[in-house]
Write a protein that binds this ligand. Structure first.
Ligand code: GAR
Length: 208
């Protein structure tokens, strides 16, 4: 099975969904490591001490030094795929290039809308009728890589950022599992900023 390393800064519900899907036989992979920029991230508790790496960026001189340590630790786990699942720290260009082609992120918006933070509040402020989540390949520019798959949910009257976040999170989990299964099976790939499905260029993201 494909070796997945997960980068997570917080709760880890997406990580939990990955582990559950693997146990249920829905995802042909194994989680080999969880790495974090937050030593107290709850997500870390989902794996054994040997499968964990967490350091605070405050203990490093600069972003490049933290990224290099993260990258070295990651490389030590020999992952086939690196999955950012609630990883809230920007990855520098050298890191992204080191893991180029096997680095994906789940982001809580319908990209290219609402890159960065506070996506749910921004969708509400804009009066959007729909919102959702995207899985994309990571490039140095924030949340700008090729989108692999998206899931869409309605925005409902009376929604708050919290109720909307909850509705999006519920579809993030199956979206991430489906995306990872497409990736590990080799059926979907990215070439030259272009999604390729079963060898054919695809000009739209897959949709859940
Ligand atoms: C998820 O909603 C994920 O899309 C988002 O953080 C949450 C993590 O939840 N990621 C980002 O905002 C990345 N910029 P989880 O820790 O329960 O998986």
């Amino acid at each position: 099975p494909a070796r997945l390393a997960v980068l997570a800064s917080g709760r880890g519900s997406n990580l939990q969904a990955i582990t559950a899907a693997i146990a249920a036989g829905q995802l042909d992979a194994q989680v080999v490591a969880v790495l974090s920029d937050k030593p107290d991230a709850p997500a870390l508790q989902q794996v054994t001490a040997e499968q964990r790496w967490a350091r605070s960026p405050k203990d490093f001189a600069d972003r490049a030094a933290f990224d290099a340590a993260l990258g070295d630790a990651l490389a030590g786990f020999a992952p086939d795929w690196v999955v950012c699942a609630g990883y809230m720290r920007i990855l520098g260009q050298a890191f992204v290039e080191r893991f180029d082609g096997r680095l994906v992120n789940i982001h809580p918006s319908l990209l290219p809308l609402y890159k960065g933070l506070h996506t749910h509040a921004r969708a509400l402020e804009a009066g959007d009728a729909a919102h959702g989540a995207s899985v994309h390949f990571v490039v140095p520019e924030l949340d700008a890589g090729t989108v692999l798959a998206q899931a869409r949910v309605p925005v409902l009257a009376g929604d708050t950022p919290e109720t909307l976040a909850q509705r999006v999170l519920a579809v993030e989990h199956p979206l991430l599992i489906a995306s990872l299964q497409w990736l590990v099976s080799g059926r979907v790939a990215e070439r030259h900023g272009q999604l390729v499905v079963d060898g054919h260029p695809l000009f739209s993201p897959l949709r859940l």
